[in-house]
Ligand binder design. Structure first.
Ligand code: AP5
Length: 206
């Protein structure tokens, strides 16, 4: 399955919950790219400046990374893609790779959140570098003992967030009809408590 939605829609938050339900790996291209930046690899050096500015990393870089990841043994009984595909070209490349591997997509979950809520969600996000848990300073505050070690993403500024949102609407939202035409698109309201949203997704998938 694929999780799609604007920045801050709650894809990572929901993936953590769905992981418990479906027991399939959560494959986030954002997390993979941030890992490469932190490790200082060639891929990370290429990706860093695009990400800081809220631009998309070139398709050629990302497609190869995902195709390789979904061919790993832990993905043979299913996987949950988060943040990929993000362009029509990525969607078509994924389609080809899945066809060659004789894998069928079960669902594409679109988490819908209005633009007006996005900047607050993004600028208040903090994560725990030890566990990867995502928090929000106001909506889901980290416990006092974790607060001193939480970090903010470099692209979680208001300026980068606005750029990311524009890219979402110009590049990513147009892939939604591609999956709608295949009859596997599931639209879920992403406004409400995270557990409520998770329940809506499970209900829609079941
Ligand atoms: P990526 O990491 O994928 O970022 P994104 O799509 O912008 O999504 P986010 O991670 O910001 O948000 P999310 O939907 O996961 O929300 P979260 O659950 O954290 O990509 C980053 C960058 O990498 C891109 O800009 C690009 O440069 C590059 N990249 C990645 N993939 C690429 C690709 N395929 N091609 C090219 N480039 C690529 O929640 C956000 C906040 O809201 C949290 O604080 C959370 O606690 C809070 N929250 C969540 N749910 C709720 C709720 N229901 N109510 C209130 N608050 C909530």
């Amino acid at each position: 399955m694929i999780l799609v939605g604007p920045p801050g829609a709650g894809k990572g938050t929901q993936a953590a919950r769905l992981l418990e339900t479906y027991g399939i790996p959560h494959i986030s291209t954002g997390d993979m790219l941030r890992g490469a930046v932190n490790d200082g690899t060639e891929l990370g050096r290429k990706a860093d400046s695009y990400m800081r500015q809220g631009h998309l990393v070139p398709d050629t870089v990302v497609i190869g990374m995902v195709v390789e990841r979904i061919s790993k043994p832990d993905a043979t009984s299913g996987f949950m893609l988060d943040g990929f595909p993000r362009t029509r070209r990525q969607a078509e490349a994924l389609d080809r790779a899945l066809r060659e591997a004789e894998v069928t997509l079960d669902a594409v979950v679109l988490i819908e959140v209005p633009n007006s809520l996005i900047v607050d969600r993004i600028t208040g996000r903090r994560s725990d570098p030890e566990t990867g848990t995502i928090y929000h300073l106001e909506f889901n505050p980290p416990p006092a003992e974790i607060l001193p070690r939480v970090v903010q993403r470099k692209d979680d500024t208001e300026v980068a967030c606005v750029a990311r949102l524009k890219k979402y609407h110009s590049e990513t939202a147009p892939i939604v009809p591609f999956y709608e035409s295949k009859g596997i698109l599931v639209k879920v309201d992403g406004v409400g408590a995270p557990d409520e949203v998770a329940e809506r997704i499970r209900h829609a998938l079941d």
